[in-house]
Ligand binder design. Structure first.
Ligand SMILES: *Cc1c(COP(=O)(O)O)cnc(C)c1O
Length: 425
């Protein structure tokens, strides 16, 4: 059924497919554990010899149904939910990187991910080279080393709003025999499906548009099943040689296109345990049911707000990839012709101080550490999410110290603009 449904229908009906007499609405399996008749069957489950649930840290039916919906929306082969977007990116990388390995990543990424890559994973012995995503192919090629195991980027960077040249990144990653991992949080599969452009693995902070109502922190990893781990066997022994912690199972041989997600579940989720609670997965699913309705409205409203800001004298600069004349407009039209996202960044002529004064005067738009929910919200990255970076690091991450990150909600666009107008004074 999932294969023939359009995105709209998948949002509403994908994932949970009730059989005769079962609950119409996705049930919350609020249970840590699952009962079996024989000890022998439970043993087979532990050996991955049989499919089934036994402990919610490893798998839960509510979570699996929601992961299946996101998997179908992305056009992937397998998916798993995680407790947060941070956990999703961490597992996506740790699943194929060990101490001594290296990652090439776009420098314009979410602050938390940048910190994960350059500070925390470095402590695990995994090094990272940050690259200017708009650099030429020759320069990007130079960032690769024999021990590089993945290339990473964001479809639309948070908060720099750089649109990734997905085809270029995929081509370069594949030339070096590594997968391209793309964080598709801002575009969502409604506006962009990175697998169509060659990405191999997609991650999400479901906390943002997917949930859409600022209710639950969550994440998801989707695997396209397209990367040929066996063809690069020497680089990915974890997937292509026996896993002694699972009685010698070889993930690629036993699970085919499900190898990457099965390994991430069987090893990383088992040992690190960043599971999403089934209650949160249920709420995420309610959010997903309207994703196809909300995304166009976010984009429509953001387009109107961007036009308004662009015409203001006191606005120094504005970035919105959906705005004609934006540096990334043409690329956005190629990769996401139906819309980009609801997030706009801009700076006022008065810099940091003017930003703070403006934000304090907003009434409808709220100052919150969040983006991408139904309510319009605003944040000053240099003072908030990126405050650990110095001015040079801010510039490298594509964050001007004057940058205001405005996440346009799905209220009435004229009301939002009136609020901005009175706050600008
Ligand atoms: C918010 C965000 C994250 C981190 O997600 P959490 O759910 O907050 O852990 C990762 N990547 C991007 C692009 C984000 O916007």
């Amino acid at each position: 059924m999932n294969e023939t449904m359009t995105q709209d229908t998948l949002c509403v009906q994908g994932g949970w497919q009730p059989k005769n007499g079962e609950a119409r609405v996705l049930p919350i399996y609020q249970s840590t554990t699952f009962k079996y008749e024989t000890s022998e069957q439970m043993g087979r489950l532990f050996d991955l010899e049989e499919n089934g649930y036994f402990y919610t840290r490893l798998a839960n039916p509510t979570n699996d149904a929601v992961a299946a919906k996101i998997c179908a929306l992305e056009g992937g082969a397998a998916a798993m939910l995680t407790s947060s977007g941070q956990a999703a990116n961490m597992y996506a990388l740790l699943n194929i990187c060990s101490a001594g390995d290296h990652v090439v990543s776009s420098a314009t990424i979410y602050g938390g991910t940048s910190n994960l890559l350059t500070v925390t994973l470095a402590r695990f012995g995994i090094s990272c080279t940050l690259v200017d995503p708009d650099a030429g192919e020759e320069e990007l090629n130079k960032a690769f080393r024999p021990n590089t195991r993945a290339m990473f980027g964001e479809t639309i960077a948070n908060p720099a709003l750089v649109v990734l040249d997905l085809e270029k990144f995929a081509r370069i990653a594949h030339d070096h025999g590594v997968p391209l991992i793309v964080d598709n949080t801002f575009a969502t599969p409604i506006n962009c499906r990175p697998f169509q452009w060659g990405a191999d693995i997609v991650t999400h902070s479901t906390t943002k548009y997917m949930d859409g109502h600022a209710m639950c922190v969550g994440g998801c990893i989707v695997d396209s099943g397209n990367f040929d781990w066996e063809a690069h066997k020497d680089k990915y022994p974890g997937l292509t040689t026996p896993d002694e912690s699972y009685h010698g199972v070889i993930y690629t041989q036993k699970f085919g296109k499900g190898a990457y997600i099965t390994k991430a579940t069987a090893q990383l989720m088992r040992d690190m345990g960043s599971i999403q609670s089934p209650q949160n997965a249920f709420l995420l699913n309610v959010g997903l049911e309207t994703l196809h309705l909300r995304m166009p409205r976010h984009c429509e409203n953001a387009g109107k707000v961007a036009e308004f800001l662009k015409a203001r004298e006191d606005v120094d600069w504005i970035c919105y990839p959906g705005l004609k004349g934006d540096k990334y407009y043409d690329r956005a039209m190629k990769y996401m012709p139906n819309g980009t996202c609801g997030v706009i960044s801009f700076g006022l002529k008065g810099g940091r101080e003017a930003a703070a004064r403006f934000m304090d005067r907003l009434k409808l738009a709220a100052i919150v550490t969040h983006v991408a929910d139904a309510r319009t919200s605003v944040l000053h990255p240099a003072s908030h999410t990126h405050r650990q970076l110095n001015d040079q690091q801010l510039q490298e991450a594509g964050v001007d110290p004057s940058m205001i990150r405005l996440s346009v909600g799905i209220e009435n666009a004229e009301d939002i603009i009136r609020d901005l107008e009175q706050a600008l004074g």
